[in-house]
Each structure stands twice: as C-alpha cells, then as structure tokens.
Design a protein around this ligand. Structure first.
Ligand SMILES: [Zn+2]
Length: 145
C-alpha cells in the first residue's frame, strides 16, 4: 500500500484506506436542499412526487431528515440506546444507511391515517418503503454510485 494519499477513492464506498488505516470518509457531492432537509439530486424528484400526491389526497409530509453526517448517525444511535421514543428502531450502521448519501429521507405524514396510502404510492413510483418504518423513504439499490 502506498504511504501517501494520492487522490480520491476509486469507489464511493470508502473502502480505500488512508495510509493510517482509517477508511476514507464518503462525502456525497451535489446535495440539494429540499423543504428543510438535504438530499441527493436523484431523490428530489421522488420527494416532489410524494408531496404532490400527498397534497392531492389532502395530506402533507413534514420532512425531518435526509443526508446525515456520521456524527448525526452516532447521535441517533445514542438516542436509541437511551430509550428515546422518537427513535423506535436501531439505526443501520452508517456504512449501510442511505442517509449517508442523501438517498433516503424521513418524513411524518399528517394526518397519520394517510401514511399507508402515501407509502403505497412511494412503492408505486419506485421508492423503497416498509410499513414497519413508515417515515422512511429511500432510493432502491445500493444507494450510492
Ligand atoms: Zn430514515
């Protein structure tokens, strides 16, 4: 292994180590602001369609989280471990979370009764959605290039 850093990683999964052995942090490029959160440009059109659909059925989605830094994910993990009811599920490891790339967004649906309808629409347009984690919407696939 070279003992000097000679450029950005070949792949975006951070697998290429620094000379000291720590993984090179993955920093997503080109995040965009969308209704108070930061997301990847690829996710933006999907969220816009969800919001348009929500408006159509007289509901709305309050977006609370998109891209997260590793520190923000660690804070979420600590809140989960301390029993914070607003974090009912253990967060994925940062490396596996699509919040790491801005390819996932969390949003609360109002009224609550519309949550499953909006989730079904999310699946219909090609997003990943699961009724056990109804606030979470993500792009399919690996989630990063
Ligand atoms: Zn999420």
């Amino acid at each position: 292994m070279a003992d000097i850093w000679d450029g950005p990683p070949d792949v975006a999964d951070g697998s290429r180590p620094f000379p000291g052995g720590a993984p090179l942090p993955y920093v997503p490029q080109g995040l965009v602001r969308y209704r108070g959160i930061r997301i990847s440009p690829r996710l933006q059109g999907y969220l816009q369609r969800l919001d348009d659909y929500a408006a159509h059925i007289r509901a709305r989605i309050h977006w609370t989280s998109g891209y997260r830094t590793e520190l923000e994910q660690e804070e979420l993990q600590l809140r989960y471990e301390s029993g914070d009811p607003s974090v009912p599920f253990e967060p994925l490891p940062y490396e596996l979370s699509k919040h790491r790339t801005g390819d996932a967004a969390d949003g609360e649906t109002f009224p609550r009764e519309a949550t499953k309808t909006i989730g079904a629409y999310a699946i219909h347009i090609g997003l990943g959605w699961d009724s056990r984690e109804p606030w979470h919407f993500e792009l399919p696939g690996r989630g990063y290039p």
